[in-house]
Design a protein around this ligand. Structure first.
Ligand SMILES: Cc1cc2nc3c(=O)[nH]c(=O)nc-3n(C[C@H](O)[C@H](O)[C@H](O)COP(=O)(O)OP(=O)(O)OC[C@H]3O[C@@H](n4cnc5c(N)ncnc54)[C@H](O)[C@@H]3O)c2cc1C
Ligand code: FES
Length: 268
């Protein structure tokens, strides 16, 4: 997929919680092809401290409305600036970047075990915090292809559980919160739905959560892909600041990932 630099137009900025916004972007031209799991490097204009672009996952692509959605957690100067965007503003985006989860035509070059996730009928998509962002588009695409995803989403409190109404459109939604304010109390890896049988798992979120999900999948022999969120700068495989040790040597998460089958990682 050809990478492009586009000045996209902000159509709306919606507050999802105290710390999170949903930015809906559009363009006069049809948006480029993008697959779930890929990301965008956004340029943060008007900041005296944010020099590098910031990587943000593709949350949803709405072809009918020609919209690209980005869910942003405002954690520092750059993302806070993104949260201040107004309808009509331009956002300079480098996209689409990375490989994405493996869907039917084996777009993930690294994935040799299962080039077709649609062969799996009962996928489990596990997300924590803002790591849920790429799972919405993934679940929507799976549903479009006739699969029935189950989402398992976790947060510290109910305020961290975002877009639940949208996730509900594409599959069954199970939630956990650490304080018990919504769903089952605890971590996603304690949820009772894990007693059911799934034939593949995709996960994105904090690294300890993804490692626990990967352990669960490995113990049960379930095929699993994880989307890593290593620190990034160029997003293009040039600066090497995002490398991850894998069974094939050090790979760039921005170019060779961010999605990896767990068998490629050197995680315990
Ligand atoms: C592939 C990928 C997809 C991501 N998707 C999303 C998403 O959909 N929504 C979202 O809100 N966030 C996402 N992130 C994380 C997001 O890029 C960082 O939160 C953001 O860059 C922080 O910028 P800042 O200027 O606000 O914070 P800073 O003030 O620079 O730092 C605040 C914290 O953010 C983290 N961080 C800073 N710079 C980076 C960087 N370049 N790469 C990764 N982490 C960084 C650090 O842990 C730091 O402690 C993603 C990261 C990656 C690598
Ligand atoms: S961010 Fe520069 S090589 Fe990955």
């Amino acid at each position: 997929m050809k990478k492009q630099i586009l000045d996209l137009t902000v159509r709306a900025v919606e507050r999802l919680s105290e710390k999170h916004v949903l930015i809906r972007l559009t363009d006069e031209q049809p948006l480029p092809e993008m697959v779930p799991g890929q990301f965008v490097e956004v340029r943060v204009d008007g900041s005296t401290s944010t020099f590098l672009r910031r990587p943000i996952s593709i949350n949803m692509v709405n072809r009918e409305k020609n919209e690209l959605w980005l869910m942003v957690a405002m954690v520092g100067d750059g993302t806070r600036k993104l949260g201040q965007l107004q309808p009509g503003d331009k956002l300079n985006c480098l996209l689409p970047l990375g490989n994405g989860f493996t869907l039917q035509d084996g777009r993930t070059a690294l994935n040799t075990e299962s080039a077709d996730l649609t062969k799996h009928s009962s996928p489990l998509l596990v997300g924590g915090g803002v790591g849920v962002a790429p799972l919405l588009y993934l679940g929507a695409e799976m549903k479009r292809m006739g699969m029935e995803p189950t989402f398992l989403l976790g947060g510290r409190t109910k305020n961290d559980l975002l877009e639940l109404d949208l996730f509900n459109r594409y599959g069954r939604v199970c939630v956990t919160t650490e304080d018990g304010s919504m769903g089952e109390k605890g971590f996603v890896t304690n949820h009772s739905v894990l007693g059911e049988s799934f034939d593949m798992i995709c996960t994105c979120g904090p690294t300890p959560m993804m490692k626990a999900v990967a352990r669960y999948a490995k113990q049960r022999g379930i095929y699993c892909e994880v989307s890593l969120e290593n620190m990034m700068a160029c997003g293009l495989g040039a600066c090497l600041c995002c490398v991850e040790k894998t069974v094939d040597g050090n790979l760039c998460v921005c170019k060779d990932g961010p999605v990896f089958p767990i068998s490629k990682l050197t995680w315990e």
